[in-house]
Design a protein around this ligand. Structure first.
Ligand SMILES: Nc1ncnc2c1ncn2[C@@H]1O[C@H](COP(=O)(O)OP(=O)(O)OP(=O)(O)O)[C@@H](O)[C@H]1O
Ligand SMILES: [Mg+2]
Length: 408
């Protein structure tokens, strides 16, 4: 609450929007049993009043209280998440503007980060820039969402091919052994290469079937061993892309815990936001994080407890249409709100394009050089789709210069 007050009063005033954001955060946290909302609200008011009436003294009292959390990695991350949520309320969420945290808010958050001794998040560009060095292991990108049919396999395939074309050594793991969309897509691609007598870039691929043991514990250790083996086999890759099934499973949780980056594609409707958080339909406000979100947080906490970097979580809208602009705006506003609250970044995403749907059987992606099989597609649709992949790669952290040199 001391940290929330510091950010809320960063520019000397306490706007109703920021007050509302703090109240909403408390509501969101309540189901996790982490705070007593009434006591927390009183505490917040007392710190905020202190900062506003005697800025010097009030701020140092609040910073001292923040310092008490230093050393508790999980608590510190939660606290920084709250700070980002409060700073997102300086007008953006309420007005629909997308202007990000103010410079003062950011400065205060950095001050709090320093007091907590939490390092700034790893710049993803570094991972890509250092690819000729000796990275400790592949950078793992997991595609995850507990809802089926949101575009995980489509995005996984396009990311894999795009990164291969950029010259990275890419591995792929299909954890959806039963449906095996990614594996079948790659099989179709291999068949195509034979038919046209030409090499097409292929990742090193592993498909994992779910364990069949009757006892849960035995099945989980079998899943763990299979996933571990696949990671070892792909250890020489620079990037490993993991496609997960659209449901909760032990394998899927493992893939989330091992994700340096998590990309969650969601279909672009208010209903699909429910996979991230439960929303009050009349007020269009966040009620509580979803079971999936709590699972991501839990895996993230596990990573941090073992000294690993937190998951860089990207949510990507998929199948965007031009119809129903009002609904689209409402989804965008809610996602902005959620990004701050739940701790993810938003990527532009893919439009609703028949080309994404129909290329599956050919084994091609929108990034493959136009050949006979691509001639039937309009250049406009193709170039829009490529632009969308390009933007996703930028969000992932591929440097712009590299993309400019490529065919994307
Ligand atoms: N942007 C898009 N435009 C048109 N069709 C799309 C788009 N993205 C995905 N699709 C289609 O939607 C269907 C579901 O996509 P995909 O298989 O990638 O989802 P998924 O999340 O992997 O599903 P599951 O959870 O069942 O594994 C596929 O038929 C795919 O071709
Ligand atoms: Mg799939």
């Amino acid at each position: 609450m001391a940290a929330a007050a510091l950010v809320a009063c960063a520019d000397g005033s306490l706007t109703p929007a920021k007050r509302k954001a703090v109240a909403a955060i408390l509501e969101t946290m309540e189901p996790r049993g982490t705070v007593d909302p009434a006591a927390a609200s009183n505490l917040f008011n007392s710190f905020a009043n202190g900062i506003r009436s005697q800025p010097g003294l009030g701020r140092s009292a609040a910073l001292r209280a923040v310092a008490a959390v230093a050393g508790d990695a999980e608590g510190a991350q939660r606290l920084l998440r709250i700070c980002r949520a409060v700073s997102g309320a300086h007008g953006g969420v309420q007005s629909g503007a997308q202007d990000g945290p103010s410079a003062r808010d950011s400065a205060v958050i950095e001050e709090i980060r320093a007091v907590l001794d939490v390092p700034a998040p790893k710049a993803l560009d570094e991972t890509f820039a250092n690819r000729d060095g000796a990275p400790p292991g592949p950078f793992v990108i997991t595609l995850g969402n507990e809802k089926g049919g949101t575009g995980k396999s489509t995005a996984a395939m396009h990311l894999a091919v795009a990164l291969l074309k950029l010259g990275y050594k890419v591995g792929t793991i299909d954890l959806d052994g039963r449906q095996a969309t990614l594996s079948r897509y790659l099989t179709n691609r291999r068949a195509l290469a034979k038919t046209i007598h030409r090499d097409v870039p292929m990742p090193l691929h592993r498909r994992i079937e779910r364990a069949e043991a009757d006892r849960r514990q035995a099945a989980e250790s079998e899943d763990k061993a299979r996933f571990g083996e696949a990671l070892v086999e792909l250890a020489d890759r620079q990037i490993v892309i993991v496609d997960t099934p659209g449901s909760d499973s032990y394998l899927s949780r493992l893939a989330h815990a091992n994700a340096d980056m998590l990309i969650t594609p969601i279909n672009d409707t208010l209903l699909d936001i429910d996979i991230l958080a439960h929303i009050d339909p009349s007020k269009r406000e966040v009620r509580a994080p979803s079971a999936y979100c709590q699972m991501v947080w839990k895996q993230n906490d596990r990573r941090r407890a073992s000294g690993r970097e937190p998951i860089d979580w990207i949510v990507m809208r998929n199948r965007l249409t031009h119809i129903d602009a009002h609904n689209k705006r409402a989804v965008a506003d809610l996602l902005d709100q959620l990004a701050e609250r739940l701790g993810f970044r938003l990527a532009t995403g893919f439009g609703e394009r028949v080309i994404f749907h129909e290329l599956f059987l050919t084994g091609l992606t929108v990034l493959d050089l136009p050949d006979d099989r691509l001639r039937g597609w309009s250049n406009v649709s193709l170039s829009h789709a490529r632009r969308e992949i390009h933007d996703l790669l930028l969000a992932v952290g591929v440097p712009e210069m590299e993309l400019a040199r490529s065919i994307l």
